[in-house]
Design a binder for this molecule. Structure first.
Ligand SMILES: CC(C)(COP(=O)(O)OP(=O)(O)OC[C@H]1O[C@@H](n2cnc3c(N)ncnc32)[C@H](O)[C@@H]1OP(=O)(O)O)[C@@H](O)C(=O)NCCC(=O)NCCS
Length: 193
């Protein structure tokens, strides 16, 4: 397998089962430029607004590069796919980016509209949380619009605290050095290849 044939190097991909559906989760890299743009265009204006806090019609080349050429020491970027082949579409993207203090990170998460509500967002965010300690991240936060009841429900389920952040936003925060109760876990990892 070459690095640019679009198929996933097995060592990089995790197979997870979400609500009876098999999914592949793997890190985003430079070979994903096209897939990321296609994923962006699969999102509704509302989902784009909830994710970027702004109405956006497209991703600039600069932005695509920033989102796919990540420094793995401080930026966890994962995408979920229905399979491991070269033409699989991205179904969701989860990120965690370390801040000036590398022990603190901000998360973002977005799932393509047709696949929302199936557990993919939970799987991606949980995987980011699981990886955070390996990057030295201790505390994770994210801002969520008050109207985003789905994200607020997801954050609550995964153990985030939720506080009003002023205006129309809430801050979700979690300390990953404090173990979450097993019962809160929504995602069962079935295989790590
Ligand atoms: C927020 C988002 C990432 C959640 O991903 P998702 O795959 O749809 O969520 P999941 O299916 O994993 O649901 C997780 C939990 O959210 C809640 N949820 C799911 N669908 C919901 C709905 N229609 N209404 C309210 N809560 C809902 C539930 O608590 C659910 O857990 P449960 O299924 O065990 O009850 C997704 O809806 C999305 O991409 N939204 C647009 C972008 C965004 O808002 N990003 C967040 C800010 S960065």
């Amino acid at each position: 397998m070459t690095s640019n044939d679009g198929a996933f190097p097995a060592a990089e991909a995790d197979r997870v089962e979400v609500g009876g559906m098999a999914l592949w989760i793997r890190p985003i890299g430079p070979r994903d430029d096209r897939r990321l743009v296609e994923f962006f265009h699969s999102l509704s204006p509302r989902s784009i607004y909830m994710r970027f806090f702004a109405p956006m019609k497209q991703l600039s080349e600069t932005m695509v590069a920033r989102l796919t050429r990540v420094d793995p020491r401080r930026h966890i970027a994962l995408a979920a796919y229905p399979g491991s082949g070269p033409d699989e579409p991205m179904l969701g993207v989860g990120r965690m980016i370390a801040q000036t203090d590398p022990r603190r990170a901000e998360f973002s998460i977005v799932v393509t509209d047709a696949f929302q509500g199936l557990g993919i967002g939970a799987a991606l965010l949980q995987r980011c949380i699981d990886l955070a300690p390996s990057r030295g991240i201790e505390k994770i936060r994210g801002l969520v619009l008050a109207e985003n009841t789905r994200m607020l429900a997801l954050g609550r389920k995964l153990g985030f605290t939720i506080q009003r952040a002023g205006g129309a936003e809430y801050e979700l925060a979690i300390d990953v050095t404090v173990a979450a109760p097993e019962t809160e876990r929504m995602v069962q990892r079935v295989t790590t290849l």
